[in-house]
Ligand binder design. Structure first.
Ligand code: FAD
Length: 392
């Protein structure tokens, strides 16, 4: 059987690509349903883009690479598409846009756009050996127990990263890309909770507090959540994408507060009160109790000299802890690394050395922050490749 374009992966990027590629596209996926990650994303409401999307919100060995695709198909383009499908949405926080009703609305949108473009979708399809000769790719597929060989002029790798293997995530795109000689930046889990082998935060499990969490010089002001195994919450997930094993992270527990001035004021007005009592006005009481020994939070407010208060505030602004690891691909929202952008055109996502081969979405070494950026990359890269294929 012959098709114009074979797209491997019916996720966000693959479906978007099919919607733009025009007739003759076949999308195959080993899952039983398309867009499963879309369905579960954003707590079932899909954080489908971010109003503030720019290339600065992405991690890649080439931080300029994403600019072209993001500029060709912007967050405004996707919002217009969502509006055209009459899907109600709202901004939650920090420019993050969510469906009012259900993430399934986005999956339905993509299926409708694919059907409109004349693309076919084969689910429950196993992809075996892939080869390339002349101007044609050949893929051995297994569907309904039957082996089918599909020949295609274009091959699009849209099978995502390794995150959440339980949902069918595989390193397939990396293997195929490497097989075609494309370099691959070593994949690793991103947007993932950090763990501590000594379970030191177990007594704090469930405590949340606003914080600025910094890894490798990049910091995020969002919520920090203590868990049985370590640290989570948006601030930690964001920082985890910048964290390297063995390095400490810095936690500012009092972002945006002039704690020193406040404590000096309390020393005048609440001199007899315990330091821990006053600190509990600024931090969760369980956290203050936990920090009591390590931070030497003894005595009353009147006992605290200026130097002591300044040292305490410094320590609370730069609490250094060294995670022993992360929860890994089991819970990571994304996979960092992937097909090296140096091997791809930033305008079309086509491989420079293999005509007709495209890599899009999460399998590329472009990883967004938490907040709708990863889907926007899927829409932008999928549309860039799809349009290039259509213009052929
Ligand atoms: C729990 C969770 C919540 C998330 N929430 C958000 C959010 O709210 N906003 C946001 O921007 N991002 C979110 N993300 C990230 C986002 O889901 C991904 O970045 C995005 O789905 C990547 O799109 P993709 O099309 O490249 O890959 P995917 O969506 O992962 O699609 C890849 C497809 O390829 C298929 N596939 C894989 N291997 C094979 C194979 N060997 N053969 C055939 N098919 C294969 C898979 O079944 C899948 O359908 C979330 C991720 C997770 C895990």
């Amino acid at each position: 059987m012959k098709v114009e374009t074979l797209i491997i992966g019916a996720g966000a990027a693959g479906m978007m690509c099919a919607a733009h590629a025009g007739p003759g596209a076949l999308v195959v996926d080993h899952a039983r349903a398309p867009g499963e990650k879309i369905r579960i994303s954003g707590g079932g409401r899909c954080n489908f883009t971010n109003l503030h999307t720019s290339a600065d919100n992405f991690i890649s060995q080439n931080r300029h690479f994403a600019k072209s695709a993001l500029g060709r198909y912007t967050q405004w383009d996707f919002i217009a598409l969502v509006d055209a499908h009459r899907i109600p949405w709202h901004e939650k926080t920090l420019g993050q846009l969510f469906c009012d009703t259900s993430a399934k609305d986005i999956v339905a949108l993509l299926r409708a756009e694919m059907a409109r473009a004349g693309a076919d979708l084969w689910l429950d399809t196993h992809v075996g050996e892939i080869s390339h000769a002349g101007t044609e790719f050949t893929a051995r597929l297994t569907r309904d127990g039957r082996e089918i060989t599909v020949a295609a002029r274009n091959l699009v790798l849209a099978s995502g990263g390794k995150s959440i293997p339980k949902m069918g995530a595989t390193g397939f795109a990396y293997q195929v890309a490497a097989g075609f000689g494309l370099p691959v930046v070593t994949p690793r889990p991103g947007l993932v909770p950090l763990t501590f082998s000594d379970d030191r935060f177990r007594p704090l499990a469930g405590v949340a507090t606003p914080a600025r969490v910094t890894a490798h010089g990049t910091g995020f002001d969002e919520a920090l959540l203590f868990t049985h195994r370590g640290l989570s919450g948006p601030a930690v997930l964001q920082a985890s994408s910048y964290w390297c094993e063995g390095d400490p992270i810095s936690i500012n527990l009092t972002p945006g507060t002039d704690l020193l001035a406040a404590l000096q004021q309390h020393r005048h007005s609440d001199g007899r009160k315990a330091l821990t009592t006053i600190l509990s006005q600024y931090l969760p009481a369980r956290l203050v109790d936990y920090l009591k020994d390590g931070f030497n939070l003894l005595g009353t407010m009147a006992d605290q000299g200026d130097a002591r208060l300044a040292a305490l505030c410094d320590a609370l602004r730069d609490w250094q802890v060294t995670p022993s690891g992360s929860e890994g691909y089991r819970t990571a929202e994304v996979t960092l690394g992937g097909v090296d952008t140096s091997a791809l055109s930033s305008q079309t996502l086509a491989a420079k050395t293999v005509p007709g081969l495209y890599c899009i979405g999460e399998c590329v070494d472009v990883t967004g922050w938490l907040g709708g950026y990863n889907f926007q990359w899927a829409w932008s890269s999928g549309s860039a490749a799809g349009q290039a294929i259509r213009q052929g």
